[in-house]
Structures are given as C-alpha cells and as structure tokens.
Design a protein around this ligand. Structure first.
Ligand SMILES: [Zn+2]
Length: 367
C-alpha cells in the first residue's frame, strides 16, 4: 500500500474533473473529505479518494475507503511525499470532544423537535477553546459514540439558567456557542472507535469524568473523521439526503471545487431554504436538499475564495440562474433578474456576505 506515483495521482485527478465530485466519489465509494483536501492547480479534491483511486494505476485495483486511513498515516503521507499540496481543513484550530449524557440533556428530543444545538457547557480549557475550533459530540452511556461534529462559533458566555432540553437544570455555568455541521446517523459506536488506538488512547475514553471538554489530538480527530467518512461511504448513494446532498456532475470549472465544511455551514444557517426564492426541497425521510453557490466563482480564472462570506444557500434553479448571470445582486443585496429588481436576498445574522464578491459576480455579467 502507498505505492502510488505522481502520474497515477494526476490521472485520478483528471477522472475526478471529468466525473465531477459526486460522480467520482460515488463511483469509487468514498465519502467527502472531512479533514484534508488535496490542492492542485488551485482546485480542491477529496484527498483520500484521489489517493485510493490512484492505486489502480500502479496496483491492480483502487483501494476502498475502509482499507486505509485518509490521514497522516496513509493518504496524506503518500500525497505529500509525491510533492502534492494537502490542506488541513481544521487548520490551526484546536479539536475538542464534547460529551452529552442523554440522562442529563435530552438530545433525542431536541433532534425530534428539529431544533439546533446552540450552546454547550464548558468546565475547563476555558481560555483555550476558541471560535473556529472543531468538535465532536460524544454520546455517553449505553449505545454511546460519535453523534455529531461541528465547530465553535463564538466566545464563552456565562449562562445562569440553561433551561431548554436539560432534564436537570445544570445551574450557572460557562457555555460555548457552536453549530453542528453534521449529525452522524446512525451513531458511530464507541466499541467500534475503540478498536483504533488513536481513539482508545484519548482522555475521552480513558478519563471521561475528568471534565468538559476533552482535548483531542490531531491523530484522534483524523481517526474519528476517517470513521465518519467510511460510514458516509457505506451509506453512500442509497441515502443521498441524509448527508450533504451530492451536487450534479460539474459542468463548469467553478462548480468542481468546494469545501464541504464551508458549504455545510451556510446550508445549516439557512436550514436549506433558498435565499433567493425561499424554496426548501424536502426529501423522503425528512431531510432537505440545497446547494452551496459560490458568489465569486472558484477556480481559474476567477479564483474566488472558499469562505462562508462568498457562499449562498440556493435551490438548484436559482443556483443555475445565479451562476449564469440571469440573476445578479446589487450592493444592497437586491435581487436583479433581467435588469429588474424582483426582491431582496434573505440574509441571516450569522452569515456575512462580502460585497466585494457580490460586485465581482455582478461585474462579470454586466459588461
Ligand atoms: Zn431558489
């Protein structure tokens, strides 16, 4: 394993470009990259999938997602040894394990009610936990394991009465605001994760009582995200709605590239409702479909950044109209269709939209 060549990787990249992200991942049974992306010619690729597929050009078959790690031990190591650039999606951010005891906090009822998890109690590492950090939500007790992952969105706040879904009022405490990027359904069981020494060695397993949160090492984080990717791939094409719904095969360069974390966050903020027409597409099973549209296009020659201030949550129709300049926005975020103002873009206080990108998009079509 790991015996891949630069030429094989380039061949896999070419096939990824041809099939589009969703097509490529589906063909080879990989989930979206959770921790690392391969950057090539300014585009982003799911590093693990590329490394696995590159195997078929030097070995006799592609590797499957469950056969190797997407992290520093395998895929990232192989790619960087071949002088490819691999970016860590978590960057410099710290990673944490938050523990939810369902006997104290009714997480199942919160989910049944379709509510967002917004705050979590913190008793230590208070000066270290910071906006942009990533977390996993760990369910304790019987049937426990990883139930969600996401990111910290703000600074600690002191809350005197938590209320809500707490079954027993926890009393005044510090809480950290957060957003769940994805609920992992079904849960990834503790017993399965414990087989991996990168997970079994963590304080989350060894000393669950030590306090909240638990600091995770990069290795533990990667191991957990690998497990999520494998679970994603297993569910794969049969259950497109539960995970971030796949995009159509890319038809133009700017739709090839995306970072699932950024797009997920924007979709989550808008609860999959189109910011232009308000359509929200419900799929069987009570999940929703929406698309993340980059305002200033990604990829050459535009090179817009993959950040939330450059992404809109749109339905497929509005996405196509927006990408082709049928719809543009003015600096007040008025929706302009065929030179007529037809409404205002719906916004959300968590979602800042950078007017420079709005202007770049508009100027590209109004020449
Ligand atoms: Zn729409």
């Amino acid at each position: 394993m790991g015996n891949i060549t630069r030429a094989a990787v380039l061949k896999a990249i070419a096939e990824y470009d041809e099939l589009g992200r969703a097509g490529f991942l589906a063909k080879y049974g990989f989930g979206e990259a959770k921790s690392y992306v391969l950057v090539h010619d300014g585009r982003h690729y799911d590093s693990k999938a590329i490394a696995g597929v590159a195997h078929q050009w030097t070995q006799d078959r592609p590797l499957r997602a469950g056969e190797f790690s997407g992290g520093l031990g395998a895929a990232v190591k192989w790619l960087t040894e071949l002088d490819f650039l691999v970016e860590d999606l978590a960057g410099e951010a710290a990673t944490w394990g938050l523990v939810c005891n369902p006997e104290l906090f009714d997480i199942d009822q919160l989910r049944r009610d379709g509510k967002d998890l917004q705050l979590w109690k913190v008793t230590r590492f208070k000066s270290e936990i910071a906006p942009g950090d990533r977390f996993i939500l760990w369910r304790s007790g019987k049937g426990g394991g990883v139930m969600a992952y996401g990111r910290i969105t703000g600074n600690l706040r002191y809350v005197t009465q938590a209320g809500g879904y707490w079954l027993k009022e926890p009393g005044p405490a510090d809480y950290v605001p957060l957003v769940v990027d994805e609920w992992v359904d079904p849960i990834i069981p503790r017993d399965e994760l414990k087989k991996d020494t990168r997970v079994s060695s963590t304080s989350l397993i060894q000393q669950p009582w030590a306090g909240l949160p638990h600091r995770l090492t990069d290795d533990t984080w990667t191991a957990v995200m690998d497990a999520v990717s494998v679970a994603d791939a297993r569910l794969g094409a049969t259950d497109t709605g539960r995970r971030d719904a796949p995009e159509k095969a890319a038809t133009t360069v700017q739709r090839v590239v995306r970072s699932s974390g950024v797009v997920r966050l924007v979709k989550e903020w808008h609860a999959h409702r189109c910011q232009i027409c308000e359509l929200r597409i419900e799929l069987p099973g009570g999940t929703y479909y929406s698309e993340g549209a980059h305002i200033h296009a990604l990829g050459a020659p535009y090179n817009g950044p993959d950040v939330t201030s450059n992404v809109l949550c749109l339905c497929p129709n509005c996405h196509i109209m927006f990408d082709n300049g049928v719809i543009v926005l003015d600096d007040e975020l008025t929706i302009i269709r065929h030179d007529h103002a037809v409404g205002s873009l719906r916004t959300d206080k968590r979602h800042t939209i950078d007017r420079d990108y709005v202007r770049s998009h508009r100027e590209r079509w109004q020449r």
